[in-house]
Design a protein around this ligand. Sequence first.
Ligand SMILES: [Zn+2]
Length: 207
Amino acid sequence: MQKKSLTEDAQEVFRAIALIELGARMQVLESELTLSRDRMIRLYREVKGVSPPKGMLPFSADWYMTWLANIHASLFYNTYLFLKNEARCTHLDALTKGYRLYLEHCRHSETEPVLDLTRAWTLVRFFDADMLQLTRCCRCTGKFVAHKHDLQHNVVCGACQPPSRAGKTKKAAAAKREALREAAPVPQIVEIAPAEEQVVEEAALAA
Ligand SMILES: [Zn+2]
């Protein structure tokens, strides 16, 4: 392996810290950085205070096709592409800056982020592997994430055509969460979040 200068080494460490802070899994770090696995695990423990989670990344390209995930993925990927192609950022800079902008956007619009950093990274990988494409919406003219060989003409994005149950389901889930919180003050709340996500995904699939 080519010997790195101290400056390059320090830059890699800072990149790793930025990625870990944003929630990157070990697979992301290992594929984006040249630091040794041991050092990255140590960094992970220092930054997060816990060992990195083990296991495979269980993501498929279909995840990005459900209604809500698709809107979030499209927002992130358009930002990423702008940073990479127009602002001339490197892939890694576009990933971290684009993901920060995405989180900022969610905060401003008081929306829960749907995409975590690892999902954002996987999304870029799927585009690089030519599994996904951006398709132009015929109503708002925005570009949204679609499967590679999906129809390209006269298609409408999820933001322009939300599933009819989308709002209701979210409201119902929030009401359910509120009701459960009142009924069982502490321990149950942790278990509710994934179920709610599933309800929203189901709504998107049903549409
Ligand atoms: Zn649209």
